[in-house]
Every structure is written in structure tokens, then in C-alpha cells.
Write a protein that binds this ligand. Structure first.
Ligand SMILES: Nc1ncnc2c1ncn2[C@@H]1O[C@H](COP(=O)(O)OP(=O)(O)OP(=O)(O)O)[C@@H](O)[C@H]1O
Length: 290
């Protein structure tokens, strides 16, 4: 069984006498958890994510339990001498796929992100947003147990931003831990299991009570099942609020990014649940525009 990734008393500074960017950091990342890291510019978020991703080592302290990890860096090197699909096929082979399977998976992921039409374009010729899609796909293709996303949504078009939220929801439902930094407070709103703020070289866990109303876009799914039937556990993990107004009829509200995961869990349960309706709930922002 996969272990927690743990940071024990971790510190990082650059250079022998540089200031400590992080110090005394303790953090546990359990499988399947979605963790948000926030904080002002220059506080050490990317430094923390590089340590989590294993591409940088702590100056002091220990990191243990590292699972198979994929990382979308804040800045993706674009001037690589490959086409997008050539690069992704190469990485897929590194991850143990056959060439044919790697190409197939790469093309499927590029298609999901609306990037199929430039699959065979040299990476150096891709626009910023298009190469960001390749950066995202290279991480998802790896089918990691830990996915580290450093401002991975930046530069993506609206459809790709939504797709990445969906992909994160799918992966966490499948047991992948995801740690992300994003300057949009609405990113995966309502979904993280924990939010940490980098402050004074340490991590503060945000501990305010769960909001009484869901934040960000959310969806209510109404399903019917047998009287007294329990919704499948993997369906309810990300539910923000749930009620059973009449026996056997369940109303479950989830962050919009997680509605596909909820529906899939309900429809693939044995016996499957009958989906009565799926309703996109108005957010305070959309309400105020009316
Ligand atoms: N390779 C490096 N060499 C020297 N100093 C570095 C290096 N990387 C980061 N730093 C310094 O560490 C501090 C934290 O940087 P980091 O990029 O981790 O912050 P951040 O919170 O991710 O910022 P942003 O929100 O702007 O991306 C900054 O003072 C930065 O200058």
C-alpha cells in the first residue's frame, strides 16, 4: 500500500549563507489528498513544490515515502528539439509504455486538452499556452501517485483549465495525491483536503471551519437508489453537502470540477444509481450579475 509522503523538519536555503526560504517544515501528504499551497510572491511556494517533486533536495531535514511523482514546473522548457507528440512518446516510453501505447496515450491526452491539431508541431514553435498544455500532459501521462502542479493553469484557455480541474479530480479519486499552487483563489474551490500558507519560512495550515455555503462553482446531483442504500464511498469523498429529503433520494453537492467523478462512481456502482438530475448551482458571482 502507498505510504504518506512526509517532510520532517525540512529547511531550504540557496547558497551557504543565503536566508532560509523554508525552515522547520513538517508536512504529510497522504495518498488521494488534494493540497493547496498559497502565499504571496517570493515566499517559497515553488521551492516547497520542487522539494515535494524531488527535483531539489532539502538543505536540512528529511523527506520520506516519496511515491512515483510527476511535476508541472512554473516554467516549462519549450525549446526542446521534439514535436509535442514526439516528446510525449519519448516520456511515455521512459514511464514504461511501448512506443505505440505511449503515442496513443499522448494523442488522447493532447486531444482532451484541445491540442490534437498541433501534436506534430515542433515544440519550439508552439504558443505559450499550447506548450503549457504539453507541460500538463507530460505529467498526467506518467500516471503518477503524486502530482505536483506549480501554477499549471497559467496560460491555459478556459476549456483546458476546466479539463485540468477534471483530471485532478479523477486522479485524486484514483488515489493520486495532488499538491498545487495557483494564484486564482477560485481554483478547485471547495475541493482541497487542506490548504497551507507559506509564511515566515514555515507552513500555516488554514484551519477555519468549513464554509457553510460551498465556495466556487458547484453542482448538485440528485440520484435515486434503494431505500436505506448508502452512496458509494468513492462518490461521497468530495461531497460538500448531502441530504436525503425522501427515502432513497439523495441530493449531493460537489465542486463542479468533481461532478464527473461523482457521476462515474454512481453509474459504475453495483447496482448503479439512477441519476435524476444534474444541476449547476449559481455562485454568488453569477447571482450578482443577474
Ligand atoms: N535557484 C534559486 N537560487 C537562489 N534563490 C532562489 C532560487 N529559487 C528561489 N530563490 C529565492 O527563494 C525565495 C522564494 O522563491 P520561490 O520561487 O520559491 O517563491 P514563490 O512563493 O514560488 O514565488 P512566486 O509566487 O513569485 O512564484 C525568493 O526569494 C527567491 O528569490
Amino acid at each position: 500500500m502507498q505510504r504518506d509522503l512526509r517532510l520532517d523538519n525540512v529547511g531550504r536555503r540557496y547558497g551557504l549563507r543565503g536566508p532560509w526560504v523554508l525552515r522547520g517544515v513538517h508536512l504529510t501528504v497522504p495518498p488521494g489528498n488534494l493540497i493547496r499551497v498559497e502565499g504571496p510572491n517570493g515566499t517559497g511556494k515553488s521551492t516547497l513544490l520542487r522539494l515535494l517533486a524531488g527535483i531539489d533536495a532539502p538543505t536540512e531535514g528529511r523527506i520520506t515515502g516519496r511515491p512515483r511523482t510527476a511535476y508541472v514546473p512554473e516554467r516549462f522548457p519549450t525549446a526542446l528539439p521534439f514535436t509535442a507528440v514526439g516528446y510525449l512518446t519519448h516520456l511515455g516510453k521512459v514511464h514504461g509504455f511501448s512506443r505505440a501505447a505511449a503515442t496513443r496515450a499522448a494523442l488522447e491526452w493532447l486531444d482532451r486538452f484541445g491540442a490534437a491539431s498541433y501534436a506534430r508541431t515542433p515544440m519550439a514553435q508552439l504558443s505559450k499556452g499550447s506548450s503549457q498544455k504539453v507541460a500538463v500532459v507530460q505529467a498526467l501521462l506518467a500516471e503518477p501517485q503524486l502530482l505536483v502542479l506549480d501554477e499549471a493553469w497559467t496560460g491555459l484557455d478556459a476549456a483546458a483549465r476546466e479539463e485540468l480541474e477534471r483530471a485532478v479530480a479523477e486522479r485524486t479519486a484514483g488515489g493520486t495525491a495532488v499538491v498545487f499552487v495557483d494564484h486564482d483563489p477560485g481554483r478547485l474551490a471547495g475541493a482541497p483536503d487542506a490548504t497551507y500558507t507559506v509564511r515566515d519560512a514555515g507552513l500555516d495550515l488554514r484551519t477555519e471551519d468549513a464554509p457553510s455555503a460551498p465556495t466556487g462553482p458547484h453542482v448538485t446531483v440528485v440520484v435515486q437508489g434503494p431505500r436505506g442504500g448508502q452512496l458509494p464511498a468513492d462518490a461521497t469523498r468530495t461531497v460538500i453537502s448531502a441530504e436525503e429529503p425522501t427515502p432513497g433520494t439523495h441530493h449531493s453537492t460537489v465542486p463542479a470540477s468533481h461532478s464527473d467523478v461523482l457521476l462515474r462512481a454512481l453509474l459504475t456502482a453495483r447496482p448503479p444509481w439512477h441519476v435524476v438530475s444534474v444541476r449547476q448551482e449559481p455562485t454568488p458571482e453569477t447571482e450578482s450579475r443577474r
